[in-house]
Each structure stands twice: as C-alpha cells, then as structure tokens.
Design a protein around this ligand. Structure first.
Ligand code: 5GP
Ligand code: MN
Length: 325
C-alpha cells in the first residue's frame, strides 16, 4: 500500500482557522507574500489572519495592513503558514502561539530553514517568495485579484532590486507582465517603496555616508548607527534599516556592513555583498543567515564584530588569490 504524502495545498484545504506569519521587520516580499496569501485564503472562505505586530509606515498605503494582528486569539488553531522566514527565532509570532498550531507549512526561498514545518514549498533559486507563491496560486487555479497582484508584484519588485539582481530570470519578467495584466498597481508600489523617502531617513543616509569606515582599500565599508543617533534624527526602529545598499554601491566595495543599535541595546548587522564574498557564510558564523548578497545577524560587541568581519573577508581574498596564483 502506498501512502501519499500530503501537499501544502492538502493542509490548506483541510484547515479552517489559519494564521500567517512572516519575519520580524518585514520587507516587501514578507508583507507581499503574507497578504497575497491571506486574500487568497479569504476567497477560499478560510478564517485567516496575518500576524504582524509592527511594520514600517512606508507600507501603510496598503489598506489590508490595518487588519494585521499581534497575537493568536484561539487556544488552538488549524494551520500556521510561515512565509519568507527561514529562522524560527525571527518569525513574527510568539513561540506560545506557534505551539497552538496543529500543523505548520512554509513558503520560502532561503537555503536553510530551522522551521519545523509539516510541509514546505521551498525554492532557493526563486528570487522572491512572491514569485513562488504566484506559481502556487496559478498551479492550484486560485484566482488572483487586483489587490493580490499588487502584493505579489511588490514582493518580486523589492526582492529583485526592481528586476535587476541575478536571481531574476525571464520568468520573473513574465510573471511581472502577468501581474500587471491582472491590474497590479505598479505605479503606486514604485512611488511609495522606491521613490519616496522620509526626511529623517534622508538625514540618516547622509550620516551613514559621511561617517562610513573604509577598510581593505575600500573593499569593505561599514557604518554604525547608535540608538542615540537614531533617536536624535527621529528615525523609528522599523525605518532604521535599508542603509547597507548605499555602502555596497560605492565603487570597489565587496562587502558592506551597516550596524545599528536596537531598543534592547543589542546591535543588528546587515551585510550586503557584490557576489564574490558570501555574506550568508559570514552571517552564519555569527549565528545569523541570509543569502549570498544579503544577510544579517545580531551582536553585542560592535568592535569585535568589525574586526572579525575584516578578518573573514581577508581570508576569502587570500584564499582566492592563492587559488589563482
Ligand atoms: P536585512 O539586512 O535586510 O535585515 O536582511 C537581509 C537578509 O538576511 C534577510 O532577507 C534574511 O534572509 C537575512 N537575515 C537578516 N538578519 C538575520 C538574522 O538575524 N538571522 C537570520 N537567520 N537571517 C537574517
Ligand atoms: Mn524574500
């Protein structure tokens, strides 16, 4: 007798009360995948909510975000769906609420996952979870509304650097075409996400660029934003990120690190790479993770972390030059 393994869709179909969670400090792909899925499941008459205790106000133009919940109401529920989150410690839902789920499924595009899911749909080659989710919805003949198309488009646009990073493929453009055909509001998404910046954040950018630290002849660039600085500029915690790319795009940079102090006195490190240095490997050595070009971790000791990052980059460069000589 053969026992057929249940699919992600089987778990969705047999569940009624569903919560969707994504990673803390959600980005466009996290918010896009969580809310596109929520709208799809509502159309399937599921009792479904997104758990998202906080998010940057730049996403406030998306009206469904008002309905996001902080906590699970029930003592028990059928299904938890995690999107765009590979690390159980970074899911935007409390551990006690995770434990109330009968089953857990995950939609992801990270290489490794510490989420103990009952079933998963993971493709690390996919540039955005929203691309993977689009295919899942099409494969299951689920109608994609204009609102869902806008969320999916936003996730693909943000995680591909507006269709430019190397995991972007012709298929990504085709899916973007399909989403625009379905009515995705790409004009508003681009205007709000790529083309508008708060004044306090513009001042933070100026600080980061004026105070960057340059190492290894410009191959490594770093900047530190303390809580005192962020408070003095009036930057909220959800808006304090997104600075690493400005360091990364400076000519000759192989690895950029932006380090910012969080509410709890710990420091969050965001790494960005040009592709030669694997930032996920560096982040993993500090207990974090991510992708080759974008990764992150937490630390208590900024000076020691900076030294270690420089040493790790030197090791990679020496290894490469020995290999090529
Ligand atoms: P960001 O620099 O935008 O905060 O994060 C970039 C990427 O690195 C994220 O998409 C995520 O995959 C990963 N990442 C950031 N911080 C952490 C962390 O603390 N732990 C893990 N496992 N991954 C992280
Ligand atoms: Mn993503």
């Amino acid at each position: 007798m053969s026992i057929l393994k249940k699919t992600v869709m089987d778990y969705i179909k047999e569940s009624q009360t569903i919560y969707i969670a994504t990673h803390i400090r959600p980005d466009g792909d996290a918010i896009g995948s969580a809310f596109a899925l929520c709208l799809a499941l509502k159309d399937m008459n599921k009792d479904v909510h997104v758990i998202m205790p906080s998010y940057s106000s730049r996403f406030s133009f998306l009206k469904e975000l008002n309905e996001a919940k902080d906590k699970v109401n029930e003592a028990e529920y059928d299904l938890l769906i995690c999107t765009d989150c590979s690390d159980i410690a970074r899911v935007s839902i409390e551990q006690e609420d995770i434990a109330k789920a009968k089953n857990i499924i995950a939609f992801d595009h990270h290489k490794f996952s510490s989420i103990n899911a009952t079933a998963m749909l993971v493709d690390e080659k996919c540039p955005a979870v929203c691309q993977l989710l689009y295919k899942f919805l099409i494969d299951n003949s689920i109608k994609i509304s204009k609102e869902m198309a806008t969320y999916l488009y936003m996730g693909i646009m943000t995680d591909t650097g507006s269709f430019n990073y190397e995991r972007t493929t012709a298929e990504t453009y085709r899916i973007a075409y399909e989403l625009v055909s379905l009515g995705a509001d790409f004009v508003t998404v681009c205007k709000k996400i790529n083309d508008t910046v708060k004044e306090c954040k513009a001042k933070l950018m100026a600080y980061v660029l004026n105070n960057m630290e340059v190492y290894l002849d410009g191959k490594v660039r770093m900047a530190v934003a303390t809580k005192e600085l962020l408070d003095s500029l009036g930057v909220e915690k959800e808006d304090a990120e997104g600075m690493t790319n400005y360091l990364r795009m400076i000519e000759g940079t192989m690895l950029a690190a932006y380090i910012r102090e969080e509410e709890n006195g710990k420091f969050k490190v965001s790494l960005r790479s040009e592709g030669q240095i694997d930032s996920a490997v560096i982040a993993s050595s500090f207990g974090g993770g991510g992708h080759i070009r974008a990764a992150g971790f937490n630390t208590n000791d900024v000076e020691d972390t900076k030294k270690q990052i420089i040493t790790k980059v030197e090791e990679v460069l020496n290894f490469e030059s020995n290999r090529n000589s």
